[in-house]
Design a protein around this ligand. Sequence first.
Ligand SMILES: Cc1ncc(COP(=O)(O)O)c(C=O)c1O
Length: 558
Amino acid sequence: MLLKSNLTVSNCEMMKRDTLPQQKALIADWQTLTRTFIRPENELAKSTLIKYMEQILFGLHDFLKKHVGFTKEVSLKELADRFTDTLISEHPEKKLADVITDLIQDIAPHAVNVASPYFVGHMTSAIPFFMVHLKTIVAALNQNVVKIETSKVVSVVEKQVTAKIHRLIFRENDAFYHEHIQNTQTTLGCFTENGTLANLTALWVARNQRFAPKPGFGGIEKEGIHAAYQAYGIDRCVVLTSRRGHYSLNKAGGLLGIGNRNIIAVDVDRYNRIDLNSLNQTIEKVKGGKERTAILAIVGIAGTTETGSVDPLTDLADICTTNNIYFHVDAAWGGPTLMSEKYSHRVAGIELADSVSMDGHKQFYMPMTCGMVYFKNPSSLDAVIYHANYINRPGSVDLGIKSLSGSREANSLILDSALKIMGSRGYALLIEHGIETARQFAREIDNRPNFQLITPPELNILTYRLYPSVIEEDISSGNIERIGRANEKLNHINRTVQRLQREAGHSFVSRTTLNTGDPPGQDTVVLRCVIMNPMTNLEILREILDEQEEIYRKTFIT
Ligand SMILES: Cc1ncc(COP(=O)(O)O)c(C=O)c1O
């Protein structure tokens, strides 16, 4: 907080002398405090602020260049030891300029440079520089999209951009969008804080539709799960998704009261897509079991978190139609592939879903965080309507009426602006770069004797592992025990190399464990690469592999 200096002795005593030994004491002073709601305290403070904002807005990439990743330079323990203060100082400790200096000098160097083209391990990456500007404007406007009284035009813009993405997914005709785009009674989707809440919202709607009010029963939202099961004559309710489903679905199972053990993981095929035979068998088993079971939804995935695989969405839609099951597609990752004419076929069938979730902070390249969920039927969100006396009154156009969130920032302004700045073609170029670079990388891995490609990229995620030729002999020996031991050794090598590379801080790939069925019953530790940074190219990826080989040699061959 930027507050007035004052040398009152008593106030001085209130300060923490060790943090400000040389400085004048600062006190919480009403006049100065109120000025901070309007402008920086003086011209000097203003110019300092502008200088820092310039650095943040235009130079953060350069600034972070030296700090690629989660390095070992300063351990997490050392950092934790620096942040152990539990007392809120009564009076201001620092001026704004000092706080910004601290953030830039003490915090940023120990943050992770997710913008580095060598940072290819997670779904968090570089964002176009203009996103920081847009985010700043959103913060400055400070609109609250829960209601029209605190957002006015922003709610209307949000309805428009919601319709744009809805159209990208469901491709309804002009008349449909003309009817619904600004219709205050219908809703094509809603913004959430992230993909987790987008998936939760979709399953919330599915649950409330499945256990809708009927004579003698007020609906599950009102009466709860026990009454719902009684009213509908069932003992249990399940959601079916692939083994590669995101764990947010399990959270939804817990929150919605159906129990996360009832989020059933169906086996995948060798491409990590849901196995349709297993799915059909699971449906039959569930229907024929002793417990009277309702299948709440099938969740198809357009871009699984670990392998980037896309489930056969058209087939899933058919199965849902045949069995009268709600169909949700988790496209948190792969949804924006729809903007690429070249690759949109890879998520074909998405338009058949009842609902689709997407993340703005993933392949829409928005700053953290933005989730969205879209519904084919503009009345679907009626299943989760809430009103309050002071806002969201019946008949009002407040977006908060049909939304899991209460107060919410105007993320839609960022998405709307970004779509204007980039165009769908701009986004397509990014998506295509990711998919094509991943494919080149897969070929490179295939060509290297010490590596093994585990899951080829369907979109822009692939997994592989170090697979030194010496160990390959054991693996191809045919002796089960020898193979098992070799696989454990491979797992150990890959875990170690991933950790040491991360700690070295030049580059970052992540690691996960897949149950590939080879060898049977054993897990396979794999390195996971997510390519979304347009600056990441094959040269950089080769360097990353070289470094991994080097680490392996130094650590395991002495
Ligand atoms: C496929 C998929 N769904 C859902 C999520 C959850 O998204 P979020 O982390 O934004 O909550 C993720 C996150 O990685 C994801 O990959």
